[in-house]
Ligand binder design. Sequence first.
Ligand code: FES
Length: 105
Amino acid sequence: MADLIVVDRDGIERSLAARAGVSIMETLREVEWGVAAICGGMCSCATCHIYVGESWQGRLPAPQPDEKELLQELVGYDPAKSRLSCQVNFEEELDGLRIEIAPDE
Ligand code: FES
């Protein structure tokens, strides 16, 4: 377990012990802060949209074309920060990663 810093939709920042080797979405879904993840991680619903600070982007695997396509359809899409949390695995070396849960669409 390592720390994942999460800012929820009310702007409240909390630290979570996140499981390594599973997607960030899995951790967010467990805490029930509004990440519905209704497709279960199949990259088809975008209800797991998060923002990742630019300083962390380079430490994450680059988004695949299907993730990019889905993100670009969102009103809240930010090309510099948007990711689908189901497509990003959390690993021990990401200890301290700070994310924001994107607005509901
Ligand atoms: S959970 Fe549906 S796109 Fe991520």
